[in-house]
Design a protein around this ligand. Structure first.
Ligand code: HEM
Length: 322
């Protein structure tokens, strides 16, 4: 699943998808997931950066991963520099390189123009690849909830079968006719809380927020988890219940307190892409397979496992073709 989800971002970044057994692509994807794991584990060096001078084994691995990422991305950038054509944007790299050229030709030297360079391009490409892992974690939660709550899975499949006929796969255009499937994904996102405290931000000036004074340069985290379990917003917040996102007329109810992509100026820019990916992957899997627990692990845990996002702990699943 990691490779198929990452391939979507690859087609935006590099204008191409990779074969799932391509060794370079596999290495890149494995590096991204491993990096997320190491970057958030309990190692002392993650909390006291000064310790990076000591020979921590994780650090050696991080530097190796960084090299893998850099070799791959700069190789792609170099290749695009040699093959790009004026006025044609095959992908994000082309668009970015053209913007660097334009700003140079126009002699622009403001702060924004100086930030258009290959180092920023490398970081933009890797940020997007890392961000794509959020979608994959959400899908894993979706599968876990479906095997834990087979009656919900059966209802999703009943709805899918009534709208998506024969051997076809669900399409994005059909989602309006699949409210229960959409509501299930919303409930998965509320329960999973994969970005429970968003990303860290810092106040750029003294700020008064209702009764609270927040001085300049304070680190600020938005507690999305608390919003998603707030009993003033949700009845029985600990219960997995997709129906809470349906109106009496069985239409999707966009509850204002559901905000897995956060809010405000720094909210997730990948929200629309992620929603599309989640819907298409989740509905295609459930259309084609009945998912169950395995005899060796009949009651998988819903405990969260902390990587860059909150993932489910590893679990087994049986997928029977439908
Ligand atoms: C289910 C999937 C996803 C979830 C739940 C999610 C959630 C979030 C959240 C909560 C933030 C932090 C917002 C804040 O700091 O207030 C964020 C930031 C971000 N996300 Fe996503 N995201 C998802 C998928 C994606 C995808 C697919 C992309 C792009 C390919 C993406 C790109 C980004 C970027 C670049 C930022 C940083 C934005 C900034 O700092 O201004 N995300 N995401």
């Amino acid at each position: 699943m990691e490779t198929s989800v990452s391939n979507v971002v690859c087609s935006i970044n590099f204008g191409q998808r990779f074969q799932y057994d391509d060794p370079c692509f596999r290495k890149l994807v494995q590096s991204i997931y491993r990096f997320s794991e190491i970057g958030t584990n309990a190692s002392a060096v993650n909390y006291f950066p000064i310790l990076r001078r000591l020979p921590f084994p994780e650090l050696k691995e991080v530097y190796e991963i960084e090299k893998t990422m850099k070799d791959f991305m700069y190789g792609m950038i170099e290749n695009h520099k040699n093959t790009k054509k004026p006025g044609i944007n095959r992908d994000l790299i082309d668009g970015y390189l053209h913007e660097i050229d334009r700003r140079k030709e126009e002699g622009l030297n403001d702060e924004a123009s100086r930030s258009f360079n290959e180092v920023y391009l490398y970081h933009t490409l890797s940020d997007l690849l890392f961000a794509g892992t959020e979608t994959e974690s959400t899908l894993r939660w979706g599968i876990l909830y479906m095997i834990k709550f087979p009656h919900v899975q059966a209802k999703v499949q009943e709805e899918l079968d009534s709208v998506v006929l024969g051997d076809e796969l669900p399409s994005w255009r059909q989602r309006n006719k699949l409210p229960y499937t959409e509501a299930t994904l919303m409930e998965v996102q509320r329960m999973a809380n994969i970005t429970a405290i968003g990303f860290p931000h810092k106040t750029t000036e003294d700020t008064q927020l209702f009764d609270y004074f927040v001085p300049k340069d304070t680190s600020v985290f938005i507690n999305l988890y608390s919003v998603h379990v707030d009993p003033t917003q949700w009845s029985n917040p600990d219960e997995f219940n997709p129906e809470r996102f349906l109106t009496e007329e069985e239409k999707v109810y966009n509850h204002p307190a559901l905000m897995p992509f956060s809010a405000g100026k720094r909210a997730c820019p990948g929200e629309n892409l992620a929603k599309m990916q989640l819907f298409l992957f989740f509905s295609a899997i459930l259309k084609k397979f009945r998912l169950t627990t395995t005899p060796s692990n009949p009651n998988p845990s819903l405990e969260k496992h902390y990587a860059i996002s909150l993932c489910p702990s590893p679990f087994e699943v049986c997928a029977y073709p439908r």
